[in-house]
Write a new protein. Structure first.
Length: 340
């Protein structure tokens, strides 16, 4: 088989959300920092198109590029490529990367607990993995500081009228709506409507402003937040996140969990050491805790931890025949939406 390019991938998912990991065949992009490298990937588009577009990818796929860390405190570094964005951080992708690093033998595993530090484009995250019989069974990630940006903001959405939304940052930027108020009970059969409506809400939102990262000026996602209940184990809520250009996260979305905890903390409904478990449309769960309080610019913020499970699903070599008429792949609006 001839190929002008071969990209080596270990495929994985975290609580249902695909997060493949490139482990070879790609040189690190230029840039003095991991953030600069991620901006180069976002601008250049060549690698993103090759691994995310059909026929090798699809709207359901996220892909992470392993690169040497820039920060000497990190054991490994990764750049996240989502269908439309190249974000600062991702909970499900960090779990996939950690699982691949440990289950794949790229980094040494110590049972019963392995600790490591990963460098994401948005900063360092600490990982604790519960390991048994050569498998990283549960991954705990101390995520980037998370904060509530604005509470109870009016938002005009064409065809829907005026909504009341919250905005928050949990390693990525969110518009948050009350799922019940939008007529959703957060069941699997609602995924199509949640995806399309969520993209409309995200696109209607005004510019997001991160106080310490001026490059991040847009909203990535819309979180449909279910009602919060409390039992002996802590808080629990349904969650469905609409991802550009029009799909629903199969996992409960780690950055959404952190954003939701920041909002609950801002309202006095969740304190330090409280836990929140969010449940996705397929019934998978992430659990989060507030480890402490801090500030991001002028915003009061939390230090969040999220946890979930990841599994390796295969090993792939994505190749490019030099005669392939679509070297960068393609997108059609039947699955990629109107922006495809």
């Amino acid at each position: 088989m001839r190929s002008s390019k071969t990209v080596h991938v270990i495929s994985a998912h975290a609580e249902g959300e695909v997060g493949d990991v490139i482990v070879g065949g790609v040189t690190p992009p230029p840039g003095d920092t991991l953030w600069e490298q991620s901006r180069w990937i976002a601008r250049d588009q060549t690698l993103r198109n090759f691994v995310l577009n059909e026929p090798r990818g699809g709207v359901f796929r996220h892909v992470n590029l392993l690169v040497p860390p820039k920060d000497p405190r990190a054991d490994a570094a990764f750049i996240i490529m989502e269908p439309e964005d190249t974000p600062p951080m991702s909970g499900s992708n960090s779990i996939c990367v950690s699982t691949v690093l440990l289950d794949g033998g790229i980094l040494p595993m110590t049972e019963p607990v392995t600790e490591l530090t990963l460098e994401a484009p948005g900063g360092l995250v600490k990982v604790r993995a519960e390991c048994r019989n050569g498998k990283a069974e549960r991954i705990f990630v101390q995520n980037l500081p998370s904060f509530a940006a604005r509470l109870d903001v009016p938002l005009e959405v064409e065809g829907l009228g005026r909504l009341t939304v919250d905005t928050a940052y949990g390693g990525d930027s969110f518009v948050v709506v009350d799922a019940a108020a939008m007529g959703f009970s957060l069941e699997a059969h609602e995924a199509h409507d949640i995806a399309r409506l969520g993209v409309r809400i995200t696109n209607a939102a005004m510019r997001f402003e991160h106080p310490e990262n001026p490059d991040w000026q847009h909203f990535s996602f819309c979180l449909f937040a279910g009602p919060v209940t409390r039992d002996a184990t802590g808080l629990r809520a349904g969650a469905a996140v609409a991802i550009q250009p029009g799909k629903v996260d199969r996992s409960p979305t780690g950055t959404a969990l952190c954003a939701r905890m920041a909002l609950l903390h801002a309202r006095g409904e969740m304190g330090v050491e409280d836990s929140l478990t969010t449940v996705s449309l397929i019934g998978s769960t992430f659990t989060g805790r507030i480890l402490g309080e801090t500030r991001v610019g002028d915003h009061p913020a939390i230090l969040p931890e999220l946890s979930g499970r990841g599994w390796v699903t295969g090993i792939h070599q994505h190749m490019l025949d030099p005669d392939d008429p679509w070297p960068g792949g393609y997108r059609l609006s039947d699955t990629w939406g109107a922006r495809g």
